[in-house]
Design a protein around this ligand. Structure first.
Ligand code: URA
Length: 214
């Protein structure tokens, strides 16, 4: 084995996959691409897409320029909170395939005082135009004036699902924030900031999806 043409025999010798050329018997070897996953605290006003044909602001403007990086799933333009981006297709598949049932928790301020009946309906599942939703975990966290703060955990990922579920029980959403995906919490990461996930955190995401890491 050589690194940049120098023979390496020492156990535990290190090389940088981005800049060093590794070869065995003179034949350069390609290392698998390094996978990277970013946790972004998405602010309102940004589209969750790699590129917008109308050149509106997208979440890609807020994260480092990593080849192949793409958002996992979607938060609406006006939704804030935990958004994952990765260049690891296996992780995207693990977290977005409906059969994997990865739980996502949202906090919503809604217009109106949420009643125990509305909470019960959300817990049972509500009928939307694309069919019944699975039961959600729901709790009422606060009431301020004419508004209520509701926490909702779902494992499906239909378009605008939380907004539509709350609307269906007569509670239009004023603001919506995602606070967790599987075992990952948004924590106190400031809005607009990002951090890179550790290997242990990525492994925990695969485990939450019930998928063995490739
Ligand atoms: N549900 C919604 O309604 N909007 C989101 O952005 C995410 C989940």
């Amino acid at each position: 084995m050589t690194v940049n043409g120098e023979v390496v025999t020492a156990l535990g010798a290190r090389a940088d996959r981005r800049t060093d050329v590794l070869a065995v018997d003179g034949v350069p070897i390609a290392l698998p691409e390094e996978t990277r996953t970013i946790l972004l605290h998405k602010p309102a006003g940004y589209l969750t897409t790699r590129m917008d044909p109308r050149a509106r602001d997208t979440v890609m403007a807020l994260v480092p320029d990593i080849p192949g990086l793409h958002p996992i799933g979607r938060l609406d333009k006006d939704t804030t909170g935990l958004l994952l981006l990765t260049n690891d297709g296996a992780l995207t598949y693990a977290l977005t395939h409906p059969k994997h049932h990865v739980r996502k928790t949202y906090r919503a301020w809604v217009q109106g005082i949420i009643t125990p009946e509305a909470v019960a309906r959300l817990r049972e599942g509500v009928l939307l135009e694309d069919g019944m939703t699975a039961p959600a975990d729901v709790s009422r966290l606060a009431v301020r004036g004419e508004r209520s703060l509701v926490e909702l955990t779902i494992h499906e990922g239909r378009k605008r699902q939380v907004r539509r579920m709350l609307e269906a029980v007569g509670m239009p959403v004023v603001s919506l924030k995602r606070i967790s995906v599987g075992p990952l919490q948004l924590g106190d990461l400031p809005e607009g900031q990002w951090r890179e996930l550790s290997q242990a955190e990525t492994d925990a995401l695969f485990r939450a999806a019930g998928v063995a890491r490739a």
